[in-house]
Design a protein around this ligand. Structure first.
Ligand code: ADP
Ligand code: MG
Length: 625
């Protein structure tokens, strides 16, 4: 709640709206106890008294009634009517929307056609017709305004409910034996409630305006009572001679509607979860790089890709998450480097930092360098980075269903990936190349598969398309972020051997991210083990597997089952990785390590060892040469 208020008030206009509306609401609430004249006592002797004259702070109207008192009572009525109308419209509209969206089929059809009928009439005409049928009066005007706004809520909420009704958690609730009403109240409603609140906050203003409009036409509040609309209506004949009688209620309507709308927009922005973590700003095309970052000197050997002391953080509010802390890695052409670690250890953020793909805000690269053939990518401009992404450094992601566009055929998407980086390639040439890529990743019947949509393919097939897409521009480096985690073991084996062939045939460098030591053993030449954003051990795969030096690595390897290896007990690692916004001093694994000594919990522990193998541990399992 406090986070919501903080976000809301960071938006200046919304804060202004809140203050103005707050003052108006306070005045409206206090009206009965303020020392005001009776708003309905006429005094024809003082007709049209000017503002600031004796006894009339805001002057008097055509019957000599006190304007200040009428204004405040009128505001009270207008606000109450607008708010009640908005509530009624939201209640009935949302109820119709939820029922139509949840039950679908005929219920949906009948309800939506009824709503369409309401929507077929011009808005104000419909309101007039309802008032004409019910008779004039404030309550009837309120009903009319609420009724004409029901379709807005019903349509909006139905759309959202249709999507929710097909989500897995609703299916799960059905499987658990919950009835329709329980599902609607406990599963659907909490998910649509924020949308209802947002829609209400942005429509209250216009409902106040509509009620005022009906009153202005003489259909709403009846004399001697009045709201802001009827005050305006009665004053309109005297506008040229006594403008103050019109201007005063006019300004009040303006202030109310303006402040409600500004506040409503602010509430909408602050409630939107996508805007919440991003501090109300759009993500940048490149991750922010801190100006004062430490820039390590270039490595004279200049491997193909050299990540040096990379530091990536997330700045959320005043918390700093150190997702990647001084990570150094490098790959040569034709080499496969594995990065392994538990979920949340910073593998993906490391990979995305390479070409500035970490979402910013909140991501910031605060230190280090990423050198591609000696040139630092972090200091490169956007155009250079764009040309590098997908062209020299390509990515394969875990879930190809969410990275492939659902509405284009895979052939079109492959062709697009080619033409993005070389617009001279003709459409037919790009298609021919797409076909060749499909063959390369061993998709059976590639000709007919080109015309398939992603949802028509199996998971393994889609992942091959993902790999084909990453190969489209003959990159030098492929970064594969858990590409086989979502696949079953047989398909995983095929994908791994495919990647292995590609690297032998074409000298591709691969950075392979996984949490599975079995996969590392099959594919990688070298492996780096990450824990809480840092590398804790690095070395040639076989040597690390045979003699792990860091207790964490040893435990990770012990988690892998062995086929035919007898009944070895699989040892899960107890506890959880530390949260990266408050890392303890010393070894980050200390809390879960059974070999932990008091000295493990103080000071910085460096990565030490020979030029082949390194480990970040002061009591390693193996002493490295
Ligand atoms: P993994 O090793 O599973 O790929 P990640 O690299 O995705 O882990 O995440 C590393 C750390 O960064 C995690 O602790 C995660 O909570 C944090 N993190 C990732 N993205 C964000 C974000 N947008 N905002 C805040 N923290 C994030
Ligand atoms: Mg990840």
């Amino acid at each position: 709640m406090t986070a919501f208020l903080k976000l809301l008030f960071r938006n200046r206009l919304a804060a202004m709206g809140a203050v103005v509306l707050g003052i108006i609401l306070l005045l409206a609430l206090l009206t009965p106890v303020l020392p005001l004249k009776d708003p309905n006592i006429t005094n024809t002797g003082d007709r049209f008294a000017r503002p600031f004259t004796e006894g009339y702070l805001l002057g008097a109207d055509h019957l000599g009634r006190d304007q200040l008192s009428r204004l405040l009572y009128g505001t009270r009525t207008s606000l109450a009517v607008g708010a009640v109308a908005a509530f009624l419209a939201a209640f009935f509209g949302s109820a119709i929307g939820i029922i139509a969206g949840y039950f679908g089929k005929r219920t949906d059809n009948i309800l939506m056609r009824l709503i369409d009928m309401l929507m077929a009439f011009p808005y104000i005409l419909l309101a007039l017709a309802i008032v004409a049928a019910l008779g004039t009066g404030l309550i009837n005007a309120l009903i009319a305004v609420a009724a004409v706004n029901i379709p807005f809520f019903a349509r909006n909420i139905r759309g959202i409910t249709v999507v929710l009704a097909h989500r897995e958690f609703v299916d799960a609730a059905r499987l658990a034996g919950k009835g329709h009403i329980r599902i609607i109240l406990t599963e659907v409603l909490p998910n649509v409630l924020p949308v209802i609140v947002i829609a209400m906050s942005t429509t209250v203003g216009w409902m106040i305006l509509e009620t005022a409009g009906l009153s202005f036409l003489g259909l709403g509040s009846q004399p001697p009572d009045s709201d802001l609309g009827s005050m305006l209506g009665q004053a309109k004949n005297h506008f040229t001679t006594h403008p103050h009688t019109s201007i005063i209620p006019g300004v009040m309507i303006f202030l109310i509607v303006m402040s409600v709308n500004l506040l409503g927009d602010g509430v909408r922005d602050a409630l939107d979860p996508r805007l919440r973590s991003g501090a109300l700003s759009r993500p940048l095309p490149v991750t922010n790089v801190a100006k004062n970052r430490t820039l390590p000197a270039a490595n004279p050997e200049a491997p193909l890709l050299d990540i040096q002391e990379l530091e990536t953080q997330f700045h959320v509010g005043d918390r700093v998450y150190e997702a990647v802390g001084k990570v150094s890695l490098s790959v040569k052409p034709g080499e496969c480097l594995g990065i392994i670690g538990e979920s949340g250890s910073g593998k993906s953020v490391t990979a995305l930092s390479v070409t500035g793909l970490v979402a910013s805000p909140p991501g910031v690269i605060t230190g280090g360098a990423v050198r591609l053939e000696g040139k630092d990518l972090l200091s490169a401009n956007y155009e250079t980075l764009r040309r590098t992404r997908g062209n020299r450094i390509a990515y394969i992601f875990q879930d190809p269903l969410s990275t492939l566009h659902p509405l284009y055929t895979v052939g079109d998407q492959l062709a697009e990936a080619i033409r993005v980086h070389d617009s001279r390639v003709s459409k037919s040439a790009a298609r021919a190349r797409a076909l060749e890529l499909m063959k390369q990743v061993r998709i059976p019947n590639p000709e007919s598969r080109l015309g398939n949509y992603p949802h028509e393919m199996s998971g393994g097939m889609r992942q091959r398309v993902g790999i084909a897409m990453s190969l489209a521009n003959e990159p030098d480096i492929i970064i594969a972020d858990e590409p086989t985690t979502a696949l079953d073991v047989t398909v995983q084996a095929q994908i791994l051997s495919l990647l292995n062939d590609l690297r032998r045939e074409r000298g591709l460098a691969i950075i392979f991210i996984t949490h599975d030591f079995g996969v590392v053993a099959q594919l990688c030449d070298r492996v780096a083990v990450m824990y809480a954003g840092r590398i804790v051990e690095e070395g040639p795969t076989q040597s690390v597997l045979d003699a792990p030096a860091h207790p964490y690595t040893k435990r990770l390897i012990a988690c892998v089952p062995e086929l035919g290896g007898g009944r070895r007990e699989l040892a899960a690692i107890p506890g959880l990785p530390p949260v990266v916004n408050d890392l303890p001093p010393g070894c980050h694994f200390a809390a879960r390590c059974d070999k932990c000594q008091p000295e493990c919990k103080v000071g910085y522990i460096p990565l030490e060892g020979g030029d082949k193998r390194t480990v970040r541990c002061i009591h390693p399992e193996e002493v490295l040469a």
